[in-house]
Design a protein around this ligand. Structure first.
Ligand code: 13P
Length: 253
């Protein structure tokens, strides 16, 4: 069964105090207002994970995730954080392959494949991001481009591993731009991702995998995007920084 997931990617925003306040607000409001079958995830800066996880611990609706982790287990990698470290904070998710990491830190499909495998082996749920540039879409190559990202990073996982992955389709041209993919564009890509999982694995594996949409999702457009048959949730940037907006998105499911 595909889980409904509304995840907030705080990116490099919020001091510790601000992050703690935001997390407390989300936990408190979610308890009264968010449906029991909607899972919320707060992907905070790594340095806030432990503090935020101790706030969400009491909640059965809100979990915590990191925004990245190393593909190495441990060792001399100054400034990096390991899967074990992420887990030890109480976090259970990790975003991998966000387009900002791919662009500013040159993360490759092969490296991301290693990160996904390591995360899974430790029991963390990877939120694996994929998505094309505007140029790729305008050239009509968006479907094959995203397929290639999935093939290179995910499709040598076993079926058992694969069904634990969450995928986030985030068209780069829609991130932080205020331009959202139309419902047809989102559904087309989500269906193509699911079809590709069916052909590389099976229908039953594809039926387990939540595929989230990300890119300028906000209260005003969430409902129609979340109503698409292959959209199982959202990965929210800007609108996750205000508890009310984030909760309204979750409520529109
Ligand atoms: P925005 O919602 O700010 O467009 O960001 C989307 C995103 O990159 C989430 O990971």
């Amino acid at each position: 069964m595909r889980k409904k997931i509304i995840a907030g990617n705080w990116k490099m925003n919020k001091t510790l105090e601000e992050g703690q306040s935001l997390a407390s607000e989300v936990v408190n409001i979610a308890a009264d207002e968010v449906a029991a079958d909607v899972n919320l995830v707060l992907c905070t800066p790594a340095i806030h994970l432990g503090a935020v996880a101790s706030i969400t611990k009491s909640s059965d609706k809100v979990s915590v995730g990191a925004q990245n982790m190393s593909e190495h287990e441990s060792g001399a990698y100054t400034g990096d954080i390991s899967a074990d470290m992420v887990l030890s904070t109480g976090a259970s998710y990790v975003i991998l392959g966000h387009s900002e990491r791919r662009e500013y830190h040159n993360e490759t499909n092969a490296q991301l494949g290693d990160k996904v495998k390591l995360a899974l082996s430790k029991g963390l749920t990877p939120l694996f991001c994929c998505g094309e540039t505007l140029e790729t879409r305008e050239a009509g190559n968006h479907v094959s481009f995203v397929n290639e990202q999935l093939k290179d990073s995910l499709f040598d996982l076993s079926a058992e591993e694969m069904q634990k992955v969450v995928i986030a389709y985030e068209p780069i041209w829609a991130i932080g731009t205020g331009v959202t993919a139309s419902t047809d564009q989102a559904q087309e890509m989500h269906k193509s991702i699911r079809d590709s999982i069916v052909s590389n694995y099976s229908q039953s594996v594809a039926d387990e995998i939540s595929i989230l949409y990300g890119g300028s999702m906000k209260p005003a457009n969430a409902q129609e995007l979340l109503a698409q048959p292959d959209v199982d949730g959202g990965l929210i940037g800007g609108a996750s920084l205000k508890s009310r907006d984030f909760i309204e998105i979750a409520k529109s499911y």
